[in-house]
Ligand binder design. Sequence first.
Ligand SMILES: [Mg+2]
Length: 268
Amino acid sequence: MDWLDILKECSQKMRKEILTFYGSPDAAIGFGIGAGGDTMKKIDLVAEKALIDVLDEHKVSCTLISEETGTRKIGPQPSEFYVTTDPVDGTTNAVRGIPFMATAIAVSKAPYLKDVETALVSDIFHNVTYTAQRDQGAFRNGEKIQPSQTSSLEEAVVGVDFNTLRLGELVAKLEEVLIRTRHLRHFGANALEVCYVADGAIDAFIDIRGKLRVTDVAASYLIILEAGGIMVTPEGNQLDVPLAATQRVAFIAAANKRIYENIKKFLA
Ligand SMILES: [Mg+2]
């Protein structure tokens, strides 16, 4: 079974549904709290349904682990594969009409991040697709990608997720990194921002809040590692967590070891 072909088909169907609601007031109609703890919005649910429809068409057996409706067993042998997804990463952007949101899908044979073997992140608005398969490199629209060589924060473009109620605490930890960094960014879809590190658009992405769900970055994790980049815990350990809608992660994604060390050195 060629999972990559199936994921590409899924993401194209999902993209079509998402763009139907992009920037429209209907996109934000709420359907209660999802498995990941956020309100499920119309735009999230139409994307997830498109994914499930394509999986059904291909008669795949898998356990779907989704940020929206949680864990769902599909087909006669659901523990053969695990499909982890955030159908819409950057829902706020999608609802508001800000052109930066992604679909992320990861496939593994066991429900752990380190076991992801096939990954796809699709930039919905720009129709750019990042893919990776274990030991086969990472690609952007089919072209091999690699991270930047930038090592100094003084020259770097660094993404940081600041969305937390405990902003004071976060800024205190990051202050020495922030004052040294040439350009700071946050675009609002972490799955895609990690892919931006993978292809050299930015040099690092930091999310040490501990509130990001693993469903958001399961696919990006394989993509950045296969591209040759780094994605580890703030302490520098392997991100080894179960794939579950409620599982949270804190991480630093970096283009290379030198810029990672520079970030770590100045982290309080
Ligand atoms: Mg989402």
